[in-house]
Ligand binder design. Sequence first.
Ligand SMILES: [Zn+2]
Ligand SMILES: [Zn+2]
Length: 214
Amino acid sequence: MKFQIIPVTPFQQNCSLVWCEASKQAAVIDPGGDLERITAAADSAGVTISQIWLTHGHIDHVGGAERLAQQLGVSITGPHEADRFWLTALDQQSQKFGFPHMESFEADRYLSDGERLTLGEVEIEVIHTPGHTPGHVVFYHRDSETAFVGDVLFHGSIGRTDFPMSDHQALINSITQKLWPLGNQVRFIPGHGPGATFGDERRSNPFVADAVLA
Ligand SMILES: [Zn+2]
Ligand SMILES: [Zn+2]
């Protein structure tokens, strides 16, 4: 598996282009917008985008999903069905956050904890991590110990929980009970800002370091 991070939207959301080196099949995780930058990155990497995967339903992560799906003739996978209400209210999200008007949409397939996604020879595990939103999922590539965590965890911070249906304790549980067991060496790509390892956060993250939660 190879990947490239493409910051998109005014929120500098870390859209990731992920691909299988053998088949050159690619997935786009969280195409929030700036689609020409995403397709240009795929072109220069010499890969074909065949899937769109969503971590959760917030506009900076999903705002370009439907248009990209139509443009490329591919389907939209994820997040967990508990985030459907965010996707079906995308028109209201675009108004509220000052984005150009966007039509609401539905995923072609919602995901459950423990499901596996296949991209050529690459296998990705789906981990349901509610808290920031109820249907948030993390995409985990076990072979390279790489996790695409969306807005669950950031380097030095965690996701906001002041949205409808957010749950602070659920978020803490998702991080400590679903992510930490994968190992301190796992590197994560957050939805915003620089990546790090789970071990880094367990040492120094002011919200979820071991010493803070002890
Ligand atoms: Zn979010
Ligand atoms: Zn975000």
